[in-house]
Design a protein around this ligand. Structure first.
Ligand code: ADP
Ligand code: MG
Length: 449
């Protein structure tokens, strides 16, 4: 029988260089454990990683080992919380170094940091991702125009830039312009005031690929829309590729002429949805690898469970934690993550509007050892006044009730009284440790954090 350990290391090396990013992120978590009963045993630090690694690259691993060993070899995946995959990874900052080595693009409007390779496609984005790739491989010949729409931070710019970078690499002769609708507008305005509209027109009408980001910005910009309409027609008639992004479906755009909307919708429209939990974890891991952040998998899972709005927030959270870790020189625990990410993480109880004003009054009363009636009443006792201010502050922070509605729930106080309480606690939070402790203890009780 072949030397199984050698076979594994050779397979590891081959797969290292050939697996796509979407699989490699799981592959990179695998450690070699040893040989047991003639099987290669590979370990991962949690069930989550084991399931994903096995599902995404188990077949490749088995096939590669079979090709190397010349016979079928069993491979078993196990969970071992001591598993340390980072030891296996060779050059941690490889992506970054590779990027530094890439010569500057001839198309200076493109940002080389965005590519299909570092885009993680999940169920939420696979359609848009595949369409973008087809377009990049056949510019002007497949879907034209293509419109990618989706909320903030979901990867529109990333995909648009990836199309440009791919074409730039594979069709070096093609002229590509990436521009935001805002820059397009500003440039057009400058050309008008400098009497140079003809050079503006010729710049944009002589490209092979025009990538315009965030076209919702064109709302109410009538003259720019007019200009874009003619640019669009010229490019379209000459089979030049146009790709646009927008933060909402075209039908929901207002103050954009119908004829331009019709043009935008002429080809393929694809959308980007918020990613599911597993995709968020995959993306977070990819970002940590790219930026060489050392964040424990349990903390990553915590972040991804709690930040489900968009990838930009997810990245912001990772950057915050990693900067904090390097400043204080200690690893990030879940407790530290909770504390540091207060601005990013909205407790599910708040998001779901589960917290009521009565619940807030109840918990605050308990904390201060007073009654609900005291809080809603008129007593001028110092302790009760503070409890009252805090209930009001938390009601405005943790519920979606308006100031007047909070006032009504507080036995008919008017909204200026409510505003005064909120301001009072805001300023005490800056200066008074005991108020800070009280607010955060009551808040934690209510949100379950
Ligand atoms: P948008 O243009 O939709 O507001 P961006 O393309 O700027 O969003 O994405 C925000 C950040 O999230 C970028 O750093 C981008 O690289 C990253 N990002 C978004 N989606 C993905 C994804 N599927 N895979 C990897 N990174 C992503
Ligand atoms: Mg964008």
């Amino acid at each position: 029988m072949a030397n199984l350990e050698t076979a594994w290391h050779e397979a590891e090396e081959r797969l290292e260089g050939s697996l796509p990013a979407s699989k490699k992120q799981w592959f990179d978590r695998i450690s070699y454990k040893g040989i047991e009963d003639g099987m290669i045993v590979l370990s991962l630090s949690s069930d989550f990683f084991k399931d994903n690694a096995e599902k995404s690259c188990g077949d490749e691993i088995r096939n590669t080992i079979e090709a190397i060993a010349g016979e079928k070899i069993g491979v078993r995946f196990i969970v071992d919380s001591d598993s340390k995959p980072s030891v296996r990874k060779k050059a941690p900052a490889r992506t970054q170094k590779a990027q530094e080595a890439v010569p500057a693009s001839r198309n200076t409007t493109l940002n080389k940091a965005y590519s299909f390779d570092n885009f993680i496609a999940g169920d939420n984005s696979i359609f848009a991702f595949n369409a973008a790739k087809v377009i990049a491989q056949n510019p002007g010949l497949s879907y034209n125009p293509c419109l990618i729409y989706g909320g903030v931070g979901l990867g529109k710019t990333h995909l648009l830039q990836s199309i440009g970078n791919y074409i730039d690499e594979h069709n070096p002769k093609m002229k590509i312009i990436y521009v935001t609708a805002e820059s397009f507008t500003n440039e057009f305005i400058s050309s008008l005031s400098a009497n140079q509209t003809s050079s503006f027109k010729s710049k944009y009408r002589n490209v092979d690929v025009l990538l315009i980001d965030d076209i919702h910005f064109l709302q109410k910009k009538d003259q720019t829309q007019e200009e874009l309409f003619h640019t669009f027609n010229e490019l379209y008639d000459n089979h030049k590729q146009i790709v646009l992004t927008c933060d909402r479906p075209i039908t929901e755009l207002t103050d954009i002429t119908d004829r331009l909307k019709t043009r935008f919708r002429k080809g393929l429209t694809v959308d980007l949805q918020p990613p599911a939990y597993e995709t968020r974890v995959a993306i977070a891991m990819q970002k940590c690898r790219e930026k060489d952040y050392q964040i424990d998998s349990k903390v990553l899972e915590y972040i991804c469970q709690n930040i489900d709005t968009n990838i930009r927030d997810l990245e912001g959270a990772l950057t915050t934690l990693s900067s904090f870790a390097s400043l204080v020189g200690k690893p990030i625990t879940i407790e530290i993550a909770k504390e540091q990410l207060k601005n990013f993480i909205v407790a599910p109880a708040i998001r779901n509007n589960d917290i009521t004003i009565d619940m807030i009054i109840r918990k605050t009363a308990d904390y201060f050892n007073v009654t609900d009636y005291d809080i809603k009443g008129k007593s001028r006792n110092k302790n009760i006044i503070l409890a009252r201010h805090i209930s009001i502050f938390l009601s405005s922070k943790l519920t979606s009730y308006s100031l007047s509605e909070i006032g009504k729930a507080m036995n008919g106080k008017d909204h200026t009284t409510i505003m005064h309480s909120v301001d009072r606690i805001k300023s005490l939070l800056e200066t008074d440790e005991s108020v800070k402790t009280a607010v955060s203890a009551i808040e934690d009780e209510l949100t379950g954090f």
